[in-house]
Write a protein that binds this ligand. Structure first.
Ligand code: FCB
Length: 482
């Protein structure tokens, strides 16, 4: 029977079964990011970010849109907190906009910006929801013109972290320093798909090091400011497999694993950069010159490790044909390897393979690679886009019928719980939570508004919010916990 045709009772039963499996203390939450939802880019004293500039450049965003309004969360904060309160989540992961708190990336805090997040945090706490604040979800102040290519940006970032800690350190439950430095480095500096739009290929690696240094310095700033919450980083992990067992494919798969996963996790958890496979060592020469003191800063102990998981990567030697799921950049086609399809898996609206088992693999890899150095793990993002429009005749209270998202979320949660079970592939890992990406349909970076990830539908003309069926399902999972 197709997923769409299953009766309501089927989904209710699944929600109950899953709810009963959620261990005590495991936090279920939803996630968003400032630039993707807030809008109000010129209000409240907010400065410009690299993403403002990027979205206003011709040809950068698939549907030619900007995030000037996004989902207007800046003006609808209370409504959005209410949605979360009704859902019953334990935790809300949001990001603080650096240019809203510290316009220009220097100097004192912007009172209005701080007041906005004060209100958000207070409303969350009043609703019994733990605030998880990400300091950096990609919106570098535009005035820091070299961005992460400059070492100074790491110091600026620590300065901003201290401001945020002083303002919110008494109430934030969990701090995430940086979201997905791999994506910033690869898409923003190596391939030119994201802001600031550089296509430097391997010359982008200093941006990786400076983000990691910024992370370490920010951890120090948060600790110095005496924040009461826990501190971590969020990395996106994609288990990598070679397309065949041919030597070349295996070698490029190992290279991609280093580029995508290990560069960002090894220094944080082990205090050293990974070794690249032999033929590529030279490309990573910049890491050989890194000061050991930097690595000591970068590997400061963390209270949790944030894991984002979306899909695994299958790698083959040779340049790609040029039609990757999210619109491949010319720079990508110049690489000597490419991402291959996963024909055995279904796909999301983005074309991403739906492979819940690999979430278990990602967690198991963390345990196998980092062993005792791995702190408790919190899944800080997981979710899928599906083209779920509101039916023409939908009543405002009638959910969008996104059963594909329900299956996706259910299968991924089960895969994660199975992996860390006593007989699971990642047994021994202290897995503490899962945050659904995303609460709302929102501005999906280079894809503009073409990818809907929300469990709440947003009409981008009226800004009306309509909970989808997945929202009701998640509420049932949460309510069924014992
Ligand atoms: C992640 C980002 C998040 C969102 C999802 C779909 O890589 O952290 O902002 O765009 O992908």
């Amino acid at each position: 029977m197709s997923a769409q045709r299953r009766p309501d009772s089927h989904w209710r039963e699944r929600a109950r079964e899953l709810g009963e499996r959620i261990p005590p203390g495991f936090r279920l939450g939803v996630a968003t990011a400032a630039f993707q939802i807030e809008g109000a880019t010129h209000e409240g004293g907010r400065g410009e970010s690299v993403w403002d500039a990027f979205t206003h450049q011709r040809g950068r965003i698939l549907d030619g849109t900007t995030a000037d309004v996004a989902t207007d969360h800046y003006h609808r904060l209370s409504e959005d907190v209410r949605l979360m309160a009704d859902l019953g989540v334990d935790s809300y992961r949001f990001s603080l906009s650096w240019p809203r708190i510290q316009p220009g990336g220097r100097g004192g805090g912007n009172r209005e910006g701080i007041a906005f997040y004060d209100r958000l945090i207070d409303e969350l706490l009043a609703a019994g929801i733990r605030p998880m604040a990400t300091l950096y979800h990609w919106d570098t102040p535009l005035e820091l013109s070299e961005g992460w290519l400059s070492r100074d940006t790491a110091r600026r970032f620590a300065d901003y972290a201290f401001l945020a800690a002083e303002a919110f350190g008494d109430r934030v439950d969990s701090w995430v320093t940086i979201n997905e430095p791999a994506t910033v480095t690869l898409n923003g500096y190596a391939l030119g798909l994201h802001a600031p739009g550089h296509a430097l290929l391997f010359d982008a690696l200093p941006a990786a090091h400076h983000q990691l240094l910024g992370h370490g310095l920010a951890v120090g700033a948060l600790r110095d400011a005496g924040v009461s919450g826990r501190i971590g980083i969020t990395n996106v992990h994609s288990p990598v497999e070679p397309a065949t067992d041919r030597e070349e494919d295996v070698m490029f798969a190992a290279l991609f694993d280093v580029i995508h996963n290990r560069i960002f996790a090894d220094p944080v958890l082990l205090g050293r950069y990974p070794e690249a496979p032999e033929p590529f060592r030279e490309l990573f020469g910049v890491f050989d010159a890194v000061d050991p003191d930097d690595l000591a800063v970068i590997s400061a102990p963390l209270d949790f490790y944030g894991l984002n998981y979306y899909f695994p990567s299958r790698i083959a030697a040779g340049a790609g044909a040029g039609d990757s799921p999210d619109g491949e950049a010319a720079a990508m086609r110049s690489l000597p390897f490419h991402l291959e399809e996963w024909p055995e898996f279904g796909r999301t609206g983005f074309g991403w393979p739906i492979a819940p088992g690999y979430l278990g693999v990602a967690i198991a890899e963390l345990r196998d690679r980092y062993a005792d150095a791995l702190p408790p793990v919190v899944i800080t993002e997981g979710g899928a886009s599906f083209p779920t429009a509101l039916a023409e005749d939908a009543r405002p209270d009638e959910p969008v019928d996104d059963v594909a998202r329900i299956e996706y979320l259910g299968d991924h949660l089960v895969a994660a719980l199975d992996a860390v079970a006593p007989d699971g592939a990642a047994s021994g890992v202290d897995l503490q939570g899962y945050h659904v990406w995303s609460l709302l349909d929102n501005f999906e970076w280079a894809a503009g508004y073409t990818q809907r990830f929300g469990i709440v539908h947003v009409d981008f003309d009226t800004q009306d919010r309509t909970p989808k069926r997945s929202y009701g399902w998640l509420r049932e999972v949460i309510a069924s916990r014992t």
